[in-house]
Ligand binder design. Structure first.
Ligand SMILES: [Zn+2]
Length: 428
């Protein structure tokens, strides 16, 4: 999905915002139709029926009719795709789009190109005629700039940050935090594995974002101290501005822009790191983390308020700022079939040299000294070596003792860790 920064002129910008409004309106209508559905009622209209209704609606509404039919139809197409993928996409049911928040629209290319079968022969329809597909009109202006045709806007310039021009059937334009972007709908080919056969383990943490088993320590860039102070300053000013005032909105926009900068940095880091991993490693092993459970709020309920709510919220923010999930996801997409999950328990307590599992071995956040063999290492690096070896996934000791009895947890909990001999780890 090659994505570029788009630079429209002010006139083009107005037209594109109108496209966004039309797409949002049509999408929200589709959402409303589908929320009306109940098990006893007839099924909600599908894409074809919705397109027919759109034509009718365009006849009645001058505002809709003034817009581009392709843009409106593609909003319905997007809705259908989102609806069909609701169980697998991770986003669930498609929901409402809001002004200033979800600004964007999809455009289908206007150029016609002949389509081909996978074996290279021309694709023919039932009458034996050549099937023509759509293609986006893109032109290169020079080494750094290119332009794309957007309906009713003409040619819009974008910053070309890749060597070759993207060839796509459709593209999506988004407007977020005052910036326009264009993303061409192309699924890139997976990155070819290296021939060295290297297996790499990755331990993700808060202090070190990703500790690799070859000793490298990678850190996800965060906001600087100065930038964080700026965020606090603008939040303070926003809080003191009169309710509903323009100043308040402007201050919040500044906060949003700074936070977007952090997200951009994180994304950029994840993309570069996952490409590096896919290029240099045959097999990448991550420890299995349930980030959703790890970052659950400690707030509790009104009747049973939780403890340490603020520190936990801070930790959650730190965890989410590391981009753990994104790194794993993008590596998997770039190197399909070459990413494995290793169960996380005990990866940080197991000695990577002798296999002894002992809580006391981890002296502090950073130091690991094996109580059995004296092996000394950085704790995160030790964990990543365990992950690379696929070790650590040992079931917890059973709490139940025989006939329904429960053994009580004692303060000597480290003695209750599974002993290497009976969990099948070879001792030297
Ligand atoms: Zn050891």
């Amino acid at each position: 999905m090659p994505r570029f920064r788009l630079y429209p002129t002010p006139v083009q910008e107005q037209q594109m915002l109108l496209h966004c409004a039309h797409a949002r309106y049509v999408w929200n209508l589709a959402v409303e139709q589908h929320t009306y559905w109940r098990p006893s009622r007839r099924s909600a209209p599908g894409f074809v029926e919705q397109c027919r209704q759109l034509t009718e609606a365009r006849r009645e509404s001058a505002w809709l009719a003034a817009g581009n039919a392709d843009v409106q139809q593609q909003a319905l197409k997007d809705f259908t795709t989102a609806k069909n993928a609701r169980f697998t996409s991770g986003f669930g049911e498609p929901t409402w789009r809001r002004k200033h928040v979800h600004e964007g629209f999809r455009v289908i290319g206007t150029d016609r190109v002949p389509e081909f079968e996978p074996d290279g022969s021309a694709k023919l329809n039932a009458k034996g005629q050549q099937v023509m597909g759509r293609s986006v009109a893109v032109q290169r202006l020079n080494r750094r700039w290119a332009r794309v045709k957007v309906p009713a806007c003409g040619w819009v310039r974008f910053r070309l940050t890749r060597a070759e021009l993207p060839a796509a059937k459709t593209f999506r334009v988004t407007f977020r935090n005052g910036q326009w972007h264009i993303a061409f709908a192309v699924v890139p080919k997976p990155i070819a594995p290296p021939t060295t056969g290297e297996v790499l383990g990755i331990d993700r943490g808060v202090t070190i974002t990703a500790a690799l088993s070859d000793g490298r320590k990678l850190n996800c860039p965060q906001l600087t101290v100065k930038e964080r102070a700026q965020i606090r300053k603008h939040q303070r000013r926003a809080a003191r501005a009169p309710k509903g005032s323009e100043a308040k909105a402007a201050e919040y926009a500044r906060v949003a822009r700074l936070k977007a900068r952090e997200a951009n940095r994180r994304k950029d880091w994840c993309e570069k790191t996952s490409t590096m991993l896919a290029r240099t490693c045959q097999l990448v092993r991550f420890e299995k983390l349930n980030i959703k459970n790890m970052t659950r709020s400690a707030k509790g309920t009104v009747e049973q308020p939780g403890k340490n709510v603020r520190p936990k919220a801070g930790l959650n923010r730190c965890i989410l700022a590391q981009g753990w999930g994104l790194l794993r996801q993008r590596t998997e997409q770039k190197a399909p079939g070459r990413v494995e999950d290793v169960p996380a328990p005990f990866t940080s307590l197991r000695c990577s040299a002798c296999g002894w599992i002992e809580k006391k071995s981890r002296k502090s956040q950073a130091y690991f000294v094996c109580v059995s063999c004296g092996f000394t290492c950085n704790a995160d690096e030790n964990a990543s070596i365990n992950v690379a070896a696929g070790q650590g996934g040992i079931p917890r000791p059973r709490r139940t003792a025989g006939a329904g009895g429960v053994t009580t947890a004692t303060s000597r909990s480290s003695a209750r860790e599974p002993q290497p001999a009976w969990v099948g780890i070879r001792l030297f």
